[in-house]
Design a protein around this ligand. Structure first.
Ligand SMILES: Nc1ncnc2c1ncn2[C@@H]1O[C@H](COP(=O)(O)OP(=O)(O)OP(=O)(O)O)[C@@H](O)[C@H]1O
Length: 420
């Protein structure tokens, strides 16, 4: 876990009680040298000539986060998200502009980065928590809870260099979140660790949200941002593109991505690229059929076939029943249609062992010409975590002898009469 001590400047305490983070004209410029010796030349003769190029990773960004608000930060790879988070934490200094924070920040940026590999887990808990600002007595009081949450009690007296990356992350997360920060910064931390711990760590973040903490949440999963955040901020090329309710920001961002389909960064920015198994439930069987014929490549005609998707899953019976979702995509980017059991309040039934089956029927499938890909998701009950997904589990080849353009054949009726 990267341990953060807030410097006095430029990150300063905010006296306005309603504002947790106030960012004004924040910019970060890096000096890029084509060759290593240009750096030396700059040092020696920099007064006469410039041997570097300027690169603005963040340019004139302004926003405020209210106390108790959850802010999602989205943007393509290299957009400046990590730079922004590091400026907020004070681990980077701005080239210009100002950040004011009201309260103690804990950042889950580089999980485990602050641990000493030679020390045991126990020693690292004390080291890490004291750097995060806890006294020896406070650590003693919270120690049992930290160890219990991490689930690695039996390895506590082993040096952390012998830990698996999952064990490392568990302990680091437990320490960082035990500090009881006012502001929590999470950078894709939810995608680390094994399924059960991902769920547990997300539950802890969720309870911090419920306790009124301010949370900044950087994620490539637009689903998570929409489901979890109060507002969202979209960065591109270091500039603030939009700052509003998550649904509005995600909508604009998705539209922007569609218009920029040649950009390779798209793939990782797409919600469908979310890691397949983040949680404690999995798809055990998925079958797609058209008029009863099951397969991965299915042929049909507009409005003539019944699509049926059979999904079987296994889940931890201790957890709430999962949500099942299906998307039908045209190409890799455009979602033509989607359904989600959660949005339609469909109770998902399952056995006492957590096993269940869901069948979703789409009668007289109204798709027109083209290839359509079916993807199935298994998510947490509130859709925030994607437990598992079956990407492009089937491709529907819809052939239409008629020349009319369009992706869907809408239900419609004609009315005609002669008039004077
Ligand atoms: N120390 C540095 N020197 C030069 N350029 C840097 C440095 N750190 C980051 N950058 C550049 O700044 C830009 C923003 O990087 P940043 O890591 O903030 O992006 P990001 O939105 O977090 O990306 P990702 O989603 O891939 O993590 C990138 O183009 C990156 O190459």
């Amino acid at each position: 876990m990267k341990q953060i001590e807030l410097p006095q400047e430029p990150v300063s305490a905010n006296t306005d009680t309603a504002v947790a983070i106030d960012v004004k004209h924040l910019s970060k410029c890096y000096q890029l040298y084509n060759q290593p010796h240009d750096r030396l030349k700059q040092f020696l003769w920099g007064g006469r000539r410039q041997y570097f190029r300027e690169f603005w990773a963040l340019k004139d960004v302004n926003f405020e986060v209210a106390k108790g608000e959850v802010l999602g930060i989205i943007g393509r790879n290299g957009a400046g998200k990590s730079t922004l988070l590091q400026l907020l934490c004070g681990t980077l200094t701005p080239s210009s502009g100002h950040v004011e924070v009201g309260g103690r920040i804990t950042a889950l940026l580089e999980l485990g980065a602050g641990f000493n590999p030679e020390f045991t887990g126990r020693e690292n808990v004390y080291l890490s928590a004291s750097i995060l600002g806890l006294s020896k007595q406070e650590i003693d009081e919270r120690f049992e809870e930290i160890v219990e949450f991490s689930g690695i009690r039996e390895f506590l007296d082993q040096p952390v260099k012998t830990y698996s990356s999952g064990m490392y992350v568990r302990l680091a997360f437990s320490v960082a979140t035990s500090v009881d920060p006012d502001i929590l910064i999470v950078d894709e931390a939810l995608s680390v660790g094994d399924g059960e711990f991902a769920r547990k760590s997300f539950d802890r973040i969720r309870s911090m949200k419920e306790a009124g903490k301010t949370i900044l949440f950087c994620s490539h999963s637009l689903y998570q941002v929409e489901a979890f955040c109060d507002r969202a901020l979209w960065l591109d090329h270091g500039q603030l593109m939009h700052f509003d309710e998550p649904q509005k920001v995600v909508q604009r961002y998705s539209k922007f991505l569609l218009g920029d389909a040649k950009t390779s960064a798209l793939i990782s920015a797409n919600p469908q690229a979310v890691s397949a198994t983040q949680g404690h439930a999995r798809l055990s069987h998925v079958a797609v059929s058209l008029d009863g014929a099951t397969g991965r490549e299915l042929k049909g005609r507009p409005g003539e076939n019944d699509l049926s998707i059979r999904v079987q899953f296994e889940s931890d019976p201790q957890l709430p029943a999962p949500t099942v979702g299906v998307t039908i995509n045209y190409g890799s980017l455009m979602t033509v249609a989607s359904v989600l059991s959660h949005s339609e309040n469909v109770p998902i039934k399952r056995s006492e062992f957590g096993k269940g089956e869901v069948i979703i029927d789409f009668p007289a499938l109204p798709l027109r010409k083209g290839e359509f890909h079916v993807t199935v998701y298994l998510c947490s009950e509130d859709t925030v975590l994607v437990y598992d997904s079956a990407q492009t589990v089937a491709t529907l080849h819809i052939e239409d002898p008629l020349p009319e353009p369009g992706l869907v054949k809408l239900a419609h009726c004609w009315h005609t009469r002669a008039i004077d």
